[in-house]
Design a protein around this ligand. Structure first.
Ligand code: NAP
Length: 250
């Protein structure tokens, strides 16, 4: 019997997991995206786009699609879908695993200020100099409300029409960003402070290297509380967990 896997996607881990499983016999996989970004890399298997309609909608989907296991590989800050997955998996008795990459840790030469959330980060951002925002286009509101300071926000897609930007200038670009390009950007825009979420992983950490090299402070937005259920740190551990589920299934 075919094993049906739902991957909750939107991260490098989701993409790597789907690629690793592309030719696994006896497995059908569906990767689900929230649909926030307008363009995305092609992924093996089926895809679906858009919210499920809360935990109840996700539970109904798991039953309708006869899903055997869910791997939540969403971004560490996507806490709502993680909680929804917990509830829906419990309700339907579906196996669930979260992949949560380790957070970044400050190293020698780093000058980090920890913000509990984006509102606090916006309050902490300095009045002087140019603050670089790599927080996502949906998180700009507290910075747009600032009456002082200069902000440069790097975003993937343009903001919705009518989004208030206040003192924020936009730079539209899609990563991964090379170290050399990050160095150039920080120099060209005379960046004096960086605000970022503690996403972890290697895809977006060169900006932290450049901040360290230039001796500028980083306002690091702490992660939301982690999910309660079974969690691994990396894709290879998720593959091992899935192999166990697949063996139980036959
Ligand atoms: P969120 O706050 O946890 O989720 C908000 C709602 O979006 C969920 O309740 C769900 O809608 C829908 N949703 C989220 N992920 C989904 C998925 N993979 N498939 C289908 N529906 C999904 O998430 P978010 O922070 O807005 O992030 C949205 C997506 O962008 C996530 O998939 C995440 O992996 C990706 N992403 C987020 C960040 C970030 O910083 N937050 C960064 C990079 C990528 P319903 O309740 O209607 O099901």
């Amino acid at each position: 019997m075919t094993f049906r896997l739902l991957i909750l996607g939107g991260s490098a881990e989701a993409f790597a997991l789907a690629n690793a499983l592309a030719h696994r016999p006896g497995l059908e996989m569906i990767t689900s995206f929230a649909g926030r970004t307008k363009t995305r890399r092609p992924v093996p298997g089926k895809t679906r786009i858009g919210g499920f309609g809360g935990p109840a909608g996700l539970a109904a989907y798991l039953e309708r699609e006869a899903i055997d296991a869910v791997v939540d590989a969403t971004h560490p800050f996507a806490s709502r879908i993680k909680a929804n997955a917990e509830t829906a998996a419990q309700q339907t008795g579906t196996a669930l695993l979260h992949i949560l990459r380790p957070p970044w840790q400050p190293g020698k030469g780093d000058d980090w200020l920890i913000a509990a959330d984006m509102r606090e980060a916006a309050r902490m951002a300095p009045e002087a100099g140019q603050t670089f925002l790599t927080v996502g286009r949906t998180e700009l509101a507290p910075f747009a409300a600032r009456e002082n300071g200069e902000f440069l926000a790097r975003i993937i897609d343009p903001p919705e029409d009518g989004t208030k930007l206040g003192r924020i200038k936009l730079l539209q670009a899609r990563g991964p960003f090379r170290l050399e390009d990050e160095r150039k950007l920080f120099a060209e825009h005379a960046i004096t402070c960086l605000v970022t979420k503690n996403s972890g992983g290697t895809a977006a950490n060169d900006k932290l290297t450049v901040a360290r090299e230039r001796g500028i402070p980083v306002i690091m937005v702490a992660r939301p509380a982690p999910p309660q259920g079974k969690t691994v740190a990396a894709v290879d551990e998720a593959l091992a967990w899935l192999e166990e589920r697949l063996h139980e299934h036959v």
